[in-house]
Design a binder for this molecule. Structure first.
Ligand SMILES: *Cc1c(COP(=O)(O)O)cnc(C)c1O
Length: 224
């Protein structure tokens, strides 16, 4: 099945308000162009260097999403153009993004990644830690960032009930942050959850943005 057909099929399953991000990491520019020519504009990458190379090679109206863990010393490479950073997991990183936004004279949209999985390996704020940070209102002093919502990854498991519970928990945390921090405003509207293996569950639990790679582009081959 073609990349375009796979995207069409997935879109059929998504409510119209849910944004589909085609996760193109490790896949070549030609694969991205095939999706692009079918109308896809949101693409996700997880390595800054790869993101920059693809940004430079591909059409300028692509919206590039940084979805992987981001080191503070790499922010400067993507700050001039990145559309949304999904993986903010510390105050330090937020401050660096703000600084790089100032240098580029642009406001950078971000999501707070929350650790919802039952695995130590996944990144993100612990829920209590994020609640405390939001209540501190320190983020209000960072004019070059806008906090648009939250992101999370569920445990990689066959236990569907567990995945439901983790996504439900992310949605609940989103609602609580919004309620406790009215200064986040109307732009705090995004819940990025759901990947190839679990996006139907994420949709049921209220996702507004899904990040889908292998179900569109096929399996990834990592270079050793
Ligand atoms: C790779 C990746 C995805 C997409 O994964 P698939 O299982 O291929 O759909 C989504 N989110 C993040 C953070 C990723 O790193």
């Amino acid at each position: 099945m073609s990349i375009q057909k796979k995207i069409e099929d997935i879109k059929q399953e998504l409510p119209p308000s849910v944004v589909l991000i085609a996760v193109s990491k490790t896949h070549p520019a030609e694969a991205i162009m095939e999706a692009y020519n079918g109308g896809q504009r949101d693409f996700g990458e997880n390595r800054p260097q790869e993101l920059v190379a693809k940004y430079e090679a591909l059409p300028r109206d692509i919206r590039w999403h940084m979805i992987g863990s981001l080191q503070t010393n790499k922010v400067k490479y993507i700050a001039p153009f990145v559309y949304l950073i999904h993986s903010v997991d510390s105050e330090k990183l937020l401050e660096v993004i703000n600084k790089e936004g100032a240098k580029n004279n642009r406001i950078i949209d971000v999501l707070m990644e929350i650790h919802i999985a039952d695995e130590n390996t996944k990144h993100g704020w612990e829920p209590d830690e994020l609640s405390a940070y939001m209540k501190s209102e320190k983020w209000l002093a960072l004019p070059y960032i806008r906090i648009r919502g939250v992101m999370g990854m569920a445990t990689f498991t066959d236990d569907r009930e567990q995945v439901h519970n983790e996504f439900r928990n992310l949605k609940r945390l989103f609602g609580k942050i919004k309620q406790d921090n009215p200064k986040t405003g109307d732009i705090f509207d995004t819940i990025s959850m759901g990947m190839s293996g679990d996006y139907p569950i994420a949709i049921e639990e209220g996702s507004t943005m899904v990040r889908i790679g292998s179900a569109i582009f096929g399996a990834r081959e990592y270079k050793k």
